[in-house]
Design a protein around this ligand. Structure first.
Ligand SMILES: [Zn+2]
Length: 238
């Protein structure tokens, strides 16, 4: 490979490396993973609240059930005559029975009101768990896709870096040094080619005299008189 071709290839490699780095930084999976994680965190917070509500309702319902059992037990005791009634009149017992009936009624009433709330909480919990599940899967899929994309990028970068090393080793150190300096100065495009009498990067048409001079010198590689980039005049392959 001629110096001119080697320089052009070196530039292609460096530009591709720059593009690849940008691509890696801008991989959409990164944001998608972050979004899924943020959503999952929010759902987890909501789920904790819903589960708390559901458990509170279950406790209340259990307590109502226990109370109802207790009051019903008392009713049975009175009806079966096993209730401690030594000092109670029939009138007092009637009163106790009616009080117990009211208490049982209140338990039933409260239970009727709590049951739909429990159903609502259970439904909300089920939905939140399904959503958490979906988000977890989405995150895993995006992580896998990110990993795959990064593997492809890494492998491409490795192969470019290896080729770059070979090219750099084949070029004179001074040329590599001026290439690196120009690359830094111009933020990437250090080498330009001639398109007719126009350098490809600065696009300032060469004066006929400099154009003739460059042609006459027979050099493949020179310096652009305007922007001072490395100017590839011709490659031996061309
Ligand atoms: Zn130029």
């Amino acid at each position: 490979m001629s110096e001119a071709s080697a320089l052009l290839r070196l530039q292609e490699i460096d530009l591709e490396l720059m593009r690849t780095k940008k691509t890696a930084e801008a991989l959409p999976q990164r944001q998608k993973v972050a979004a899924a994680r943020a959503a999952a965190k929010k759902v987890a917070g909501e789920l904790t609240k819903i589960v708390g509500q559901r458990k509170d309702l279950e406790i209340e319902l259990n307590e109502l059930e226990d109370s109802k059992k207790f009051f019903s037990g008392k009713v049975t005791e009175i009806q079966e005559g096993t209730y401690n009634q030594d000092f109670r009149s029939a009138q007092e017992l009637d009163f106790t029975l009616s009080t117990l009936a009211k208490k049982i009624e209140k338990c039933d009433y409260d239970t009727e009101h709590l049951l739909p709330r429990l159903e609502t909480a259970e439904r909300a919990e089920k939905n939140a768990r399904a959503l958490a599940d979906r988000l977890e899967k989405e995150e895993a899929a995006q992580v896998a896709s990110f990993k795959e994309a990064m593997e492809q990028i890494t492998s491409r970068v490795k192969s470019l870096a290896a080729e770059r090393e070979r090219i750099v080793a084949s070029l004179p150190a001074t040329l590599v040094a001026s290439y690196e300096a120009a690359r830094k100065r111009f933020g990437g495009v250090a080498v330009e080619t001639l398109e007719g009498n126009r350098p490809s990067a600065c696009r300032v048409a060469l004066q006929p005299s400099s154009f003739t001079d460059i042609r006459r010198s027979g050099a493949e590689v020179t310096t652009c008189p305007y922007c001072k980039r490395i100017l590839v005049v011709a490659t031996e392959e061309a």
